[in-house]
Design a binder for this molecule. Structure first.
Ligand code: SF4
Length: 486
C-alpha cells in the first residue's frame, strides 16, 4: 500500500517538536521520530506519541448538519456573514501562519479583528506585549538561576529537557508554582509580596506562560519582578502557533480573551461567531455551559481541519486538510519559524473563495507567506529590547479560604484528547483532616453537581485540589468545592 511521509510539527503545545507523520493509503497515520529537529532531537512526550489518535478525526464539510463540498459550505458561510451584525472571529493559534493571515484578511473585509483568545494582550499595556514574546530556549540552558511558575512535566513536557541541561550546567532551579517539582532544588509556595526573596538578577530567567485563562494580574506581577531585578522573562504558549498568531496581530489591544467573547455571546451582544481551528467547547473550562451558549448564536461558522465538539453544532463547517498536510509555517514558543513539508492549500483556497464571495480580492499561498516574512522582520527587530513598561498595579483575586479545584491546563485538556490521568492531586494535610482511606476516593461537590474521583498525594498548597483533566463539577479555572472522603 502506498505510504506518504510528512515532516511536520506536533500541535500539542507551543514548543513545536518536530516529527514525521506516515500516512497509509487508507488514511491511517503513525508517527516517526525526527532526530534532526533542533527543538526536540527526536524526542516526544506522551501527547506527541498519541498523535495518531489526535489525527483520527479529519473534518468533514457541513451545511446545517448535512455533509457538503467546500464550495457549497463557503457560499453558505458568505451568505450568513453578509447578513450578520456584530461578528467575533477567533483563531487561537492552531493552524499555520499563512492560514491565520488569510483569516485576518477576511476580518478586514468584514470590518472586524481576529481574536487570539488570550486575555493578557488586551488587558496589558501595549508596551508590555514585546516582553510576552518567547526567547530562544537555548538561553535557558545557560541561566544561573531559573524560577518556574509552570509545571513543565504536565504543561510543556519537552521543556524539561532544557531545564535538566541547565541544571547540569549549574543552574539553581526554584519552583514557585502550585506543585512540587522533582527537578527543582527548592519548591517554594510564595505570595507575590515574597518574590523579592528569590534574589534574582540579570543572570536569572523567569519562566511562566500565557494562555486563554491566564490571570493578567499575575502576569503583571511577573513583569514587575523582571523589571525590578533585571531577570529575563520567558512566557510559554499553549498551541502550536500561539506565538505566531499573537505576533501577527496588528492591534492586540482591540482583541478579546475567550471568556470575554463567551460573556458577550451569553448576553446576546455577539450573535455570529466565526472560528478558525479553535473550539471554545474545548478551550473553555466548563464545556456544557459553553455548548449551551453557542447554541444560542444566529450564526456559528467554523473552518476546521479536525472534527471536534463545535463542528457537531456549527451551522456551517468548512473542512480543510489535516494540519500535517498543510503547506505553511508556524512560530513556536521561542520565536523559531517551523515549516511543514506538506503542500496542500485547501484551507487557503477556501478562504480565498470566501473573500471573493464577500466582495474582496482572493489570495494565494505565496502572497500570504510574503506578508509573514515582512512581519517577522518587524518582530525580530523588537527582540531583546530593554523593558519600556513601568511597574504595574493590580488587584489580585481574593480567595475565601474554601477548597479550590484548580485546572492544570495541558495538551490533553486543550485538545480534548483522552488521557489516563483520572485522579486529582491534594496534600497530606487534606488526607489527614478528611480521614481519607489509602486507595479510597474523594467526593467533590460544587454548585454544578457532584462527582467521585481517585486522588494522589502531592505537595500542593493547603486547600487546593489540582486536576489535569476537565471535570464536570468545574465552573471555571478555579472552582470552589466541598470535599469529602468516600
Ligand atoms: S512537548 Fe509539546 S510539542 Fe513536544 S511532543 Fe509534547 S505536546 Fe508535542
Amino acid at each position: 500500500m502506498k505510504e506518504t511521509i510528512y515532516q511536520t510539527v506536533c500541535p500539542g503545545c507551543g514548543i513545536g517538536c518536530g516529527l514525521y507523520i506516515r500516512e497509509n493509503g487508507n488514511g491511517s497515520v503513525s508517527i516517526d521520530f525526527l532526530k534532526s529537529s533542533p527543538v526536540n532531537l527526536g524526542k516526544l512526550c506522551r501527547f506527541g506519541m498519541k498523535l495518531p489518535h489526535y489525527y483520527s478525526d479529519p473534518s468533514s464539510g457541513k451545511v446545517e448538519g448535512l455533509v457538503s463540498g467546500a464550495e457549497e459550505a463557503v457560499k453558505a458561510a458568505a451568505s450568513r456573514l453578509k447578513n450578520a451584525g456584530k461578528i467575533a472571529m477567533l483563531s487561537a493559534g492552531n493552524t499555520t501562519c499563512e492560514e491565520h493571515i488569510a483569516f485576518t484578511r477576511i476580518a478586514e473585509t468584514l470590518g472586524t479583528v481576529v481574536h487570539t483568545g488570550i486575555p493578557v494582550y488586551p488587558e496589558l499595556p501595549s508596551e508590555c506585549h514585546p516582553h510576552l514574546e518567547g526567547m530562544p530556549l537555548a538561553e535557558i540552558e545557560n541561566a544561573e538561576k531559573i524560577v518556574l511558575f509552570i509545571d513543565p512535566y504536565v504543561q510543556y513536557p519537552l521543556l524539561v529537557r532544557r531545564l535538566l541541561i541547565a541544571r547540569r550546567n549549574g543552574a539553581h532551579i526554584i519552583s514557585a508554582g502550585t506543585k512540587e517539582l522533582h527537578l527543582a532544588h527548592e519548591n517554594r509556595d510564595l505570595s507575590p509580596e515574597q518574590y523579592a526573596g528569590l534574589e534574582l538578577d540579570s543572570n536569572s530567567v523567569i519562566i511562566a506562560d500565557v494562555h486563554p485563562h491566564t490571570d493578567s494580574c499575575h502576569t503583571k506581577q511577573l513583569l514587575n519582578l523582571a523589571l525590578e531585578t533585571g531577570a529575563r522573562i520567558h512566557f510559554m504558549k499553549p498551541f502550536i502557533n500561539s506565538e505566531g498568531a499573537n505576533r501577527l496581530a496588528r492591534d492586540k489591544t482591540g482583541m478579546m480573551g475567550i471568556s470575554h467573547i463567551m460573556d458577550e455571546i451569553e448576553k446576546g451582544d455577539i450573535k455570529t461567531l466565526f472560528l478558525l481551528d479553535s473550539d471554545p467547547i474545548e478551550l473553555m473550562p466548563d464545556s456544557d455551559r459553553t455548548a449551551n451558549a453557542l447554541s444560542k448564536l444566529d450564526n456559528l461558522i467554523v473552518i476546521s481541519s479536525r472534527d471536534s465538539p463545535v463542528t457537531e453544532i456549527a451551522n456551517v463547517v468548512i473542512a480543510t486538510e489535516s494540519l500535517y498536510r498543510k503547506r505553511g509555517t508556524f512560530i513556536n514558543a521561542e520565536g523559531k519559524l517551523r515549516e511543514n513539508s506538506g503542500q496542500e492549500v485547501t484551507g487557503i483556497d477556501a478562504m480565498s473563495l470566501l473573500s471573493r464571495e464577500l466582495g474582496s480580492e482572493g489570495f494565494e499561498y505565496r502572497q500570504l507567506h510574503g506578508h509573514l516574512h515582512e512581519k517577522m522582520i518587524e518582530t525580530l527587530a523588537n527582540e531583546n529590547r530593554k523593558p519600556e513598561y513601568g511597574i504595574m498595579e493590580c488587584a489580585p483575586v481574593q480567595h475565601n479560604g474554601a477548597c479550590t479545584l484548580k485546572y492544570l491546563f495541558n495538551p490533553f485538556m486543550w485538545a480534548n484528547q483522552p488521557d489516563d490521568n483520572d485522579f486529582v492531586l491534594l496534600n497530606m494535610n487534606m488526607v489527614r483532616s478528611l480521614k481519607l482511606r489509602k486507595g479510597g476516593m474523594v467526593r467533590l461537590d460544587s454548585e454544578k453537581g457532584s462527582m467521585k474521583m481517585r486522588y494522589r498525594v502531592e505537595r500542593v498548597p493547603d486547600g487546593m485540589i489540582l486536576t489535569a483533566r476537565k471535570l464536570q463539577v468545574a465552573t471555571g479555572t478555579n472552582t470552589t468545592v466541598k470535599v469529602e472522603g468516600c
